[in-house]
Each structure stands twice: as C-alpha cells, then as structure tokens.
Design a protein around this ligand. Structure first.
Ligand code: SF4
Ligand SMILES: [Zn+2]
Length: 107
C-alpha cells in the first residue's frame, strides 16, 4: 500500500474513533462507525490515484456513495479541527496535502 494511502487510512481511523467516543460515547467503535470506517478503508484501497492522491474531501470523482459521503463529512466537521491538539503531526500532514492539491488545481 502506498505511504500516502497508509497515512490517510491512519488519519481517518483516528477521526472516526474520536467521533464515536465523543458523540456515541463508545470506547470501541459502535456498529455504525465501524461500518463507516470499513467502508472508508475499502475505498482507499481501491483509490485509482496512488501517489497523486488528493485527500478524499478534495477529490473530484469522490467514490463514496452519497450517504457515506455525508457521514464522513459530518465526522470531519465534528472532530477534524480538534485533531490538531491530539494528533498534531497527522493533522498537519493532512492539511498540508489538502492545501497542496488545491494549489495545484488552481495553477
Ligand atoms: S474519494 Fe477520491 S481520493 Fe478518496 S478514495 Fe475515493 S477516489 Fe480516492
Ligand atoms: Zn459510533
């Protein structure tokens, strides 16, 4: 698995776990969050972009179905900004690629 994909898999896992703990009060993932995380990991494994992969939230083709896309957006909106305090490096890495991809699209 490409390093970029591995790292994004790690970030998405951290986000969903944090979300489940805060919103659903679960230390282990509840069934809904577990299903969402499995889904996100499967999408990442099938991602056609490899090393040129944008972060999923910037992707033009977005391979998630509409329901899962809304769910993952909600997770990101809820816990994403707080991740900077608990998982600083991973979060900075994520925003770095998000910024780079947006910049490349404009230029
Ligand atoms: S949303 Fe885009 S970047 Fe994310 S896994 Fe799907 S195709 Fe790849
Ligand atoms: Zn949950």
């Amino acid at each position: 698995m490409h390093k970029r994909v591995q790292r994004e898999k790690k970030v998405i896992s951290l986000m969903v776990k944090k979300y489940c703990k805060e919103i659903h009060n679960e230390n282990e993932l509840c069934s809904n969050c577990s299903e969402l995380l499995d889904y996100a990991k499967k999408r990442l494994l099938k991602c056609p972009f490899l090393k040129n992969k944008p972060v999923c939230s910037n992707c033009d083709i977005h391979c998630y179905n509409t329901h899962k896309q809304e769910e993952i957006k909600n997770v990101m909106r809820t816990v994403g900004p707080k991740m900077i305090y608990t998982n600083t490096l991973d979060t900075l890495w994520y925003f770095y690629y998000k910024f780079i991809h947006k910049f490349q699209k404009v230029t």
